[in-house]
Design a protein around this ligand. Sequence first.
Ligand code: ZN
Length: 247
Amino acid sequence: MKQEELMRYSRHIMLPEIDIVGQEKLANSSIGIIGLGGLGSPCSIYLAASGIGTMNLFDDDNVELSNLQRQIIFNSSDVGAKKNLIAKKKLLNLNENIICNSFSERITKKNITKLLKDSDFVIDCSDNFETRKIINEYCFKNDKDLISGACIGWKGQIFNFNFSSSNSSCYECLFEEIEEEDLSCRESSIFSPLAGLVGTFLAIEIIKNILEINNSKENFIEIDSLTNEIQKRKIKKNPFCKICKKK
Ligand SMILES: [Zn+2]
């Protein structure tokens, strides 16, 4: 590690759970981030600042005025521009040591294998149920850890599916518990700083997974930002889940 990097990441390196070895692990990791909205913005900023070596960004939207209330990687002057290009520019401006690839693509069943082949870990910051299910199936089948987040109104959710090293439950296991309308964030109300909190939690979870220091037994966190209640629990494997029952 170069002198400049030792200094840049010194506050990480001082943490015994990270140290130089952990920081190098982060530098050697590659993360795919799907969606550069309210969750993808803070998440990608923290991951770039933390020194994740390769970040692959996916979003096919342009910046809209109504995004600026919570999508903090964008400024007023970015309205109308491609989200993936602006985000890449800002992240490289923050940390020129990282590799940042960005794609103006919407993840589909057809293109997901090609688009995520170079990402060892995946963060789902998408805003619709269909995309979430496609990502979940891909990550399960390819043993890639999936961290997924959602935000609606005052409530936020964080899921950690550790497919790389455990017999984890999956997003589809929850299908019976969660109604479809609960999961679409596209046109929903959303409390601005809550998106920051959930996006930051996604970064926390993926970094701990990469470093293999995630000691939490629970893989689901729910935050109510109106009452400040935070609940966590383990999502049980659904024996009838059509994605993960066979493993
Ligand atoms: Zn499942």
